[in-house]
Design a protein around this ligand. Structure first.
Ligand code: IPD
Length: 270
């Protein structure tokens, strides 16, 4: 994709992520239509409304691009693909907890090029462009430097898609490194927090592409390391994810088993 075409998408992305975040913020005061898609897997009316807003705005500017939304699935085809999670942290949203975000990633020919994560209740907008760094509210961010495992905070994402014992085994192995853990309920924000040093790592043994498409680029552009998430059919089916400050890579790959073959991704994204 030509630089000018990417410039146009970057500019649109920042404005649309802000607008979508603002819509989610308004809807948060009175979450409607809360339902379960599966065990501990929430959807609210806001998910559909915010996703439709994002796709409508993007389509108006880029009618030939393709879209993959958490709620609406795939629309269109081609090399220019937007991957959207309208509200990541839906359970938090449904329970009145302000830890949720809008996540919009843009891939060109399978390469993550742009990412936006907007946390409207914190008034924080993260943006990344491949090769040009990562920003929070316009200021450059970096992953945490100098942190060792014995002081590290690793977020461990959980969903009901895998058996509980996979999570408890992961938790035991990560705790054995000396790190502590948390689970705050938004994979996209957990990864964005790795990018700006608030978390030192994020791991989840299965996560969907809409949860990570924007934030993995944030981590890489902020100097962090991530596994080869987009290998194979991860866009459609999800994958394991590990992202961290680079000095923790070896210990976390060993503890989690995620990311042993990352060469392809390293080439693609750096
Ligand atoms: C979920 C959240 C959660 C992660 C799950 C996701 P949703 O997405 O990101 O933190 O652990 O894997 O499914 O349902 O809130 O959009």
């Amino acid at each position: 994709m030509k630089e000018g075409e990417l410039d146009a998408r970057q500019e649109a992305l920042a404005a649309i992520a802000r607008e979508a975040g603002e819509r989610a913020r308004k809807l948060f005061s009175n979450p409607a239509g809360v339902k379960l898609k599966g065990v501990q897997d929430f959807i609210t009316a806001a998910d559909g409304e915010v996703e439709r807003l994002i796709i409508e705005r993007l389509k108006a500017r880029f009618p030939h691009d393709a879209f993959l939304g958490e709620e609406g699935g795939t629309q269109g085809s081609g090399d220019a693909l937007w991957i959207i999670d309208p509200i990541d942290g839906t359970a938090n949203f449904a329970y009145g907890i302000p830890h949720f975000c809008v996540s919009i990633g843009f891939l060109s020919a399978g390469e993550p090029m742009l990412g936006a994560v907007c946390a409207p209740m914190y008034d924080e907008l993260y943006l990344a462009r491949r090769g040009r760094g990562a920003l929070r509210n316009g200021r450059p961010i970096r992953v945490a430097g100098g942190v060792e495992m014995g002081q590290a905070l690793i977020e461990l994402g959980w969903s009901s898609r895998l058996p509980a014992k996979a999570y408890t085994a992961l938790l035991e192995r990560v705790l054995a490194t000396g790190a502590t853990f948390r689970r705050a309920g938004s994979g996209a924000l957990g990864l964005a927090y790795v990018a700006d040093g608030r978390n030192h790592g994020y791991c989840e043994l299965h996560i969907n592409s809409w949860d990570v498409a924007a934030a993995l680029l944030l981590v890489r552009e902020a100097g962090g390391w991530t596994n080869d998430f987009f290998a194979g059919d991860a866009i459609a089916r999800g994958n394991a994810v590990l992202a961290c400050a680079p000095q923790l890579q070896e210990a976390l790959v060993a503890a989690t088993g995620v990311g042993q073959a990352n060469e392809k991704f390293e080439r693609r994204i750096s």
